[in-house]
Design a protein around this ligand. Structure first.
Ligand code: NAI
Ligand code: MG
Length: 340
């Protein structure tokens, strides 16, 4: 975090449900006494059509000043047009650690009551490096890149996190049986680093087996660390275990820069209907507050969210409720006010 502007953050509004959930989250942050000021920018397709840029130059400059970005989802056209803005932001600011905690709320009607895992996803390389080529008109190559530098830093972060948070185990996810050189290196580096943390159990699982195990016995997982693509897929799987994408937050951390966003996308199917669940984005904002050392405020919001989810009267349709975003937000604010 940049010191000079401790209480100012940059906000990218995105598209689809982005604007709705951004307004909801800012309203809650203010009501919870976060004491933040916001530099807010529209980004994405609509901004591109209006002003010729997906992210206005001022938006980048703002993030470079504040070092903290709260980013709502952005629609990425499939197979055409610009590459993912998300991937671009992660690369440009070297936001190498994507941290995605998934914890179940026992009150929700989900098959699993005891999920409490944290995914550390490498965020800058693997098949996301964008090294693709059409070799001839019927043959396409996409190159998977794994480096020692990027593997080491994400694996170290996962162990450091486990140590600080008093977690017991770190599991490495890979497909080293097939990709013996690339994933094999990731796995080898994992066990090298594990020797520096003798108090933390270290084990590994092949990704397809891990997917099955997460569905059969998710409670066996604690901290999990993996290359980019497996992290993308298994974190959506993890969100399914705890009640869906509407609940899963994430942090993207680099040196001096931090970006916080929901795991879900812009949900165009429900955009503008006023029924989006802002919880994932709100919990991402809580991770942001913790990063900014505003733990007390984050705690107030988390407590209010838990109370509203547990009470179950104001759940949005993705959680099998019938509340609108507005009703849910009002319920969370009511809890915050009642507690203060
Ligand atoms: P999605 O996550 O937007 O939606 C998947 C399903 O979950 C949809 O049925 C949607 O309605 C539901 N859903 C997602 N978030 C929800 C919420 N907060 N409340 C209630 N329901 C919610 O994934 P999809 O449809 O694959 O992608 C849509 C667009 O978003 C694509 O252009 C994709 O590239 C982009 N995307 C952007 C991301 C980002 O900006 N970080 C991340 C993932 C996708
Ligand atoms: Mg994803």
């Amino acid at each position: 975090m940049k010191d000079e502007k401790k209480n100012t953050i940059t906000v990218f509004k995105g598209d689809g449900i982005g604007p709705e959930i951004t307004d909801a989250v800012i309203e809650i942050l203010d009501k919870a006494g976060a004491g933040l000021s916001y530099e807010i920018f529209n980004v994405g397709e609509a901004e591109y059509e209006a002003h010729g840029e997906l992210i206005p130059e001022e938006g980048f400059k703002s993030f470079e000043r504040t070092g903290v970005l709260l980013k709502s989802p952005i629609t990425t056209p499939v197979g055409k047009g610009f590459r993912s803005l998300n991937v671009m932001l992660r690369k440009k600011y070297d936001l190498y650690a994507n941290i995605r905690p998934a914890k179940s709320n026992p009150a929700l009607n989900t098959p699993f009551k005891n999920v409490d895992l944290v995914i550390f996803r490498e965020n800058t390389e693997d098949l996301y490096a964008g090294v693709e080529e059409l070799v001839d008109k019927d043959t396409a190559h996409s190159i998977k890149i794994i480096t020692r530098k990027c593997s080491e830093r994400i694996i170290k972060d996962a162990f450091e996190y486990a140590k600080k948070q008093g977690r017991k185990k770190v599991t490495c996810i890979h497909k080293a049986n097939i990709m013996k050189i690339s994933d094999g290196m990731f796995r080898d580096i994992f066990y090298e680093i594990a020797t520096e943390y003798p108090d933390i159990e270290a084990d590994d699982k092949i990704v397809d087996n891990a997917a099955m195990q997460m569905v059969m016995r998710p409670e066996q997982f604690d901290v999990m660390v993996m290359p980019n693509l497996y992290g993308d897929i298994l974190s959506d799987l993890a969100s399914g275990l705890i009640g869906g994408l509407g609940l899963l937050p994430s942090a993207n951390l680099g040196d001096g820069y931090a970006m916080f966003e929901a795991v879900h996308g812009s949900a165009p199917d429900i955009a503008g209907k006023g029924i989006a669940n802002p919880t994932a984005f709100l919990l991402s904002a809580c991770m942001m507050l913790e990063y900014m050392e505003k733990n007390e405020c984050a705690g107030r919001i988390r407590k209010a969210v838990n109370a509203v989810l547990s009470e179950g009267k104001h759940l949005t349709p993705d959680l099998s409720g019938s509340a609108t975003t507005r009703e849910y937000v009002d319920a969370v604010i009511e809890q915050i006010v009642a507690e203060s």
